[in-house]
Design a binder for this molecule. Structure first.
Ligand code: GLU
Length: 421
């Protein structure tokens, strides 16, 4: 199978929205190209003394609205096209939530599970060293993404300070609380998604109980599932890299127990018959593949893992009424078209998962102003900002009769256009 190029997908989405508002072709051209692509070969020493070269990237797509902003991911799938697409989507996402940031993204082409903790630290510090003169609180502000976390952000910030002498904590967000991180940042993507989903369901007149399948159980998928579980949704399927578990009885899993099992056993596949998930699944549990999870008869499907999982090859088999994108770029433009025809509504990534970068913005603000907000202030500010973005998008969706992704892009393009030269 030919690998889908996510950057092509991103540009198709851009063109569709641009055509609806007659965007100036020159401006369209500017938005279609990253301003800077930093490609690195990072040498680092393994515990056995051998050296390895790891490919690293930082793409600074556009800074019309403010410093480049976006995460760093560590994964084997990282390459230039993936990072270019993700940096582009960050530009749109930040504009959608009305943050004073442009779009950026970076990563290392490595599976961090193959590294010891010491190796992970050494590699991260080497990466930070090489990027130090291209980032800064008012230049480019990295954050966590797939397989990266507050500890990695702390190492990154610390190395930046050593290299540049700049001790500002605002150079990186998603840090630990002890190191200038924000209350609520870890849960922010999940919580933001929950606020959007609740508003969306009101508009759709959809009422609980609703069944939900979640693909991916990293920081985003697990926190989102937990939030939904606490609020009466039935999480009937979850998965990780190796596959998933499904409760076909329609009874939802007890998400905290599922989370606990996953943490103890590493994979859902190992969660069978150890007296937790097994019992909860009411004997009708099933081991399912990630592909099967996407095609389950549920009300809401949540891709929360990686890009291009819903494509022209499986879009027709999606049975959910709503696809709620917590991953970045999970649906290809061809799949969007098929889902549209089937009246499956897609709530787009650039809105659904924007809670993470929104609280990153709050963290950046706190660091810049030497403040510490309490959790209540963080969460209520997140709710206000993300709800406003949803309502703005909904208005465009209704008034211009476009799908929600196109509406989100139109909102972002209008904000970017105002800053055009
Ligand atoms: N990696 C997250 C995203 O894709 C958060 C980025 C950030 O906080 O800067 O939105």
């Amino acid at each position: 199978m030919i690998k889908n190029n996510p950057f092509d997908s991103a540009l198709s989405q851009l063109k569709i929205a641009a055509s609806k508002i007659d965007l100036d072709p020159n401006f369209l051209k500017i938005l279609s190209e990253p301003e800077r692509i930093i490609e690195l070969k990072i040498p680092f020493k393994k515990d056995d003394g051998k050296f390895e070269l790891v490919s690293g990237y930082r793409v600074q797509h556009n800074n019309l609205l403010g410093p480049y902003k976006g995460g760093l991911r560590y994964s084997k799938g990282v390459d230039d096209n993936e990072v270019k697409a993700l940096a582009f989507w960050m530009m749109i996402k930040n504009a959608v939530v009305d943050l004073p940031f442009g779009g950026g993204k970076g990563g290392l082409q490595i599976d961090p599970k193959t590294l010891s903790q010491n190796e992970l630290e050494r590699l991260t510090r080497e990466f930070a060293k090489k990027l130090s003169f291209n980032i800064g609180p008012k230049i480019d502000v990295p954050a966590p993404d797939m397989n990266t976390n507050p500890q990695i952000m702390d190492w990154f910030e610390n190395e930046y300070a050593k290299v540049t002498g700049d001790k500002s904590k605002a150079v990186v967000t998603g840090k630990s609380l002890q190191n200038g991180g924000s209350e609520g940042r870890t849960e922010a993507t999940g919580l933001g998604g929950f606020f959007v989903l609740e508003e969306f369901l009101k508009k759709m007149n959809m009422q609980k109980p609703l069944t939900v399948a979640v693909q991916g159980f990293g920081n985003v998928g697990s926190n989102f599932a937990l939030q939904l579980w606490k609020n009466g949704y039935k999480i009937v399927a979850v998965s990780d890299l190796a596959g998933g578990i499904y409760n076909s009885s329609g009874e939802g899993f007890n998400v905290p127990l599922v989370k606990e099992c996953k943490e103890q056993k590493g994979l859902f596949a190992n969660c069978y018959c150890i007296g937790t998930v097994c019992d909860l699944a009411d004997k009708k549990k099933g081991n399912i593949t990630n592909e099967q999870l996407l095609e389950l008869p549920v009300d809401i499907l949540i891709p929360a893992a990686t890009e291009s999982v819903i494509t022209k090859d499986n879009a027709d088999k999606i049975q959910a009424k709503v696809v709620f994108e917590m991953a970045n770029g999970p649906t290809t433009p061809e799949a969007d078209e098929i889902l549209n025809k089937k009246a499956v509504i897609v709530v787009p990534d650039v809105l659904a998962n924007s809670g993470g970068v929104t609280v990153s913005y709050f963290e950046w603000l706190q660091n810049m102003n030497n403040q510490h907000w309490d959790l209540e202030k963080v969460n209520s500010s997140l709710k206000e900002k993300i709800t406003k973005a949803f309502l703005d998008i909904w208005d465009i969706h209704v008034s211009q009769k476009v799908d929600l992704r196109t509406a989100a892009f139109i909102l972002a393009l209008k904000r970017l256009q105002q800053k055009n030269f």
